[in-house]
Design a protein around this ligand. Sequence first.
Ligand SMILES: Nc1ncnc2c1ncn2[C@@H]1O[C@H](COP(=O)(O)OP(=O)(O)OP(=O)(O)O)[C@@H](O)[C@H]1O
Ligand SMILES: O=P(O)(O)OC[C@H]1O[C@](O)(CO)[C@@H](O)[C@@H]1O
Length: 436
Amino acid sequence: MNTSISQTAETGHPSPLRYAGCDSTTAIRYRSDVDAVRVFPCKTETHDDAETVFERAGPRAQLIGEPEKMTAAILTCGGLCPGLNDVLRGLVMSLSHHYGVPRILGIRYGYAGLTDGGLSPWELTPDSVDEIHRDGGTMLGTSRGAQNVGEMADWILKQGITQLYIIGGDGTQRGALELSQELARRARPVNVIGIPKTVDNDIMWVDQSFGYDTAVEIAARVISDAHVEARSTERGVGIVKVMGRDSGFIAAGAAIASQEANVVLVPEVEFDFDGPNGLLTYLEKRLERKDHVVIVVAEGAGQRHFKQQGREVKDASGNVLHRDIGELLCERIHRHFQTLEKPVKLKYLDPGYSVRSAPACATDRIYCTRLAHAAVHAAMAGRTAMMVSRWSGHYVHVPLELVTKGRRRIDPTGSLWRTVLEATGQPCLNHGEGRC
Ligand SMILES: Nc1ncnc2c1ncn2[C@@H]1O[C@H](COP(=O)(O)OP(=O)(O)OP(=O)(O)O)[C@@H](O)[C@H]1O
Ligand SMILES: O=P(O)(O)OC[C@H]1O[C@](O)(CO)[C@@H](O)[C@@H]1O
């Protein structure tokens, strides 16, 4: 799966690099001669000793043009995530205070705001963003759903925009790549810089996304609530469903943080309901032994159990909308123990939107601000078609072509999942999958 990528460490000009997908166990070292970060990925089935070089983020001596003649635009797209307003604030402060860019446009409701049919942009100033970090959500609004890339490019050029900051998830970054390619075909240069936003923590080449710490903190508190409920009744079962469409990072992190989860179900690891290794058998044993149990489930887990029950429904961006695995767990567990004539008391908690609409915690605020400043330095130095990131602890520039190659998921054979299993005592809940 090695791919040639065009971007050198020094200049942003084309040179072949080898790409390897790997998690943050990757070793890393600086190459001070080229102001770059060299990454040596760990060995996986698909990659041997391939290496990737990322340019280090930060201010550069040479700017692409005169800041006082520039117009910057910022948009947020996809689902909410704690810290969006901190990123917006960081961008405006750096553009205005550090570089003196006079015109900063806040695009309304994601890509929809880059078209004639969208709402007019807001002029952003340090004063207008001064206190936005206190609030969750995004002051600019967000959206899902496709827009015509040619129309967006026309609109951007008509507005005289010279740099565009795009804050969003993997879908948004795919859009950013297309847009940067379309703009590159036009006469006037526009620097397109992505900033990774994902409460699910599922963007490639990002150690951990902003908002994740906040999300885990909140979800862990809900798991503790579920635990209190479960242990306060005879045969109490607490079920907590958290977001995680394709990746179970919030479920895993919150379960470990709370120390009070007994079973964690994520999209990356299959589980059975029935059979000697199935969830229901394990719950029987656990309830005999401890009289209560807490289950944490990511929304994308166990979707194969719905297969016979209808066609896939998708959101405006084409993401598959999952069936409610929390409801299914409640129904199956309730029915099973009724049949055994040993009924359980079930409490189902779903903190989904509360987790992602919260304002960011302190560590996420620092992270958002640093990413935002890195993004501005990148654009001012003339970079484009790239995303700022923190990778193996370093702030770096990652080509959008790499970012959009896939999604980051929990490795069922890796250390995070192993920690979940050790912390919960959860056994293998499937047969024949080979990954528990
Ligand atoms: N493959 C793609 N090519 C171009 N644009 C895309 C692509 N996928 C998604 N987009 C656009 O990106 C925007 C956001 O996509 P999406 O709704 O999937 O959210 P996201 O950025 O992945 O964030 P989240 O993680 O919250 O889902 C939408 O306007 C969508 O049309
Ligand atoms: O209901 P919405 O706003 O479309 O978002 C829900 C989705 O957003 C995510 O949080 C990703 O941002 C997923 O985990 C979830 O499926």
